[in-house]
Design a protein around this ligand. Structure first.
Ligand SMILES: [Zn+2]
Length: 228
């Protein structure tokens, strides 16, 4: 696995950078980043933002433009990946990163790009709101960012451009955070979202050989369990 590349956290933190990328396709090996956006959040409030188009130095396939609306013309005079990433890494510093599906998608592009162009690794811990949403809102049939936004009555206009997705994602993360905090305070029996006393991540109900139990959602890095 990615040693030294940051831990996935399933919890609410008040200080973080929420980010999103647009790309020419799905493969971090053969596709390129064409837009990077981020919002720096302190105590749940957006303090600073970052957004840049990136010139991928190759044509953008129509399959990508159809989704994000970014054309060759738009990136023609944009900076290349190296200076863009350099600036973005300065922006994020050591912050915890938050994003939707970043565990399987955006972080791979970011790590690959940083290694290739700057010889750097990305070691920030991170929260993937896709994982968190599946834990907090198991009743939803789908957990795309637009599904969460619809559930929380958050505006979805302009989805699939990096900056708009960051704004949407930040609001969704704060809502998920409220669900988690409420669950922590509400100690009524049968509570759906207890948290791990060892690491602070959400506990998930699991079924074992000897019946149901609560296990830490960051298993296997945390092995805490308690009786259901
Ligand atoms: Zn734990």
């Amino acid at each position: 696995m990615n040693k030294g590349s940051g831990k996935r956290l399933n919890q609410y933190v008040k200080d973080y950078v929420v980010f999103d990328l647009e790309t020419t396709g799905l493969s971090p090996e053969t596709d390129e980043i064409i837009e990077i956006s981020g919002l720096k959040v302190r105590n749940g409030k957006v303090m600073e933002n970052f957004t840049t188009l990136v010139n991928p130095d190759r044509p953008i396939p129509y399959s990508a433009t159809r989704i994000n609306g970014i054309t060759d013309e738009m990136v023609q005079s944009a900076p290349l990946l190296k200076p863009s990433l350099n600036e973005f890494l300065t922006f994020i510093g050591n912050d915890i990163l938050v994003g939707h599906n970043i565990h399987s998608f955006d972080l791979n592009f970011l790590r690959n790009g940083a290694r290739r162009t700057l010889g750097q690794s990305i070691q920030n811990d991170y929260v993937d709101t896709l994982f968190l949403a599946k834990i907090c809102l198991p009743q939803l049939p789908r957990h795309r960012l637009t599904d969460l936004a619809a559930h929380f009555h958050i505006e979805t206009k302009g989805a699939h451009r990096a900056f708009n997705d960051c704004v949407m994602n930040q609001l969704c993360y704060e809502k998920l955070g409220m669900l988690l905090e409420n669950a922590k305070e509400n100690t009524a029996p049968g509570q759906a979202l207890p948290t791990c006393p060892k690491c602070g991540n959400v506990l998930i109900k699991r079924n074992g050989k000897f019946g149901a139990f609560w296990g830490c959602s960051s298993f296997p890095s945390c092995r805490y369990t308690q009786n259901a």
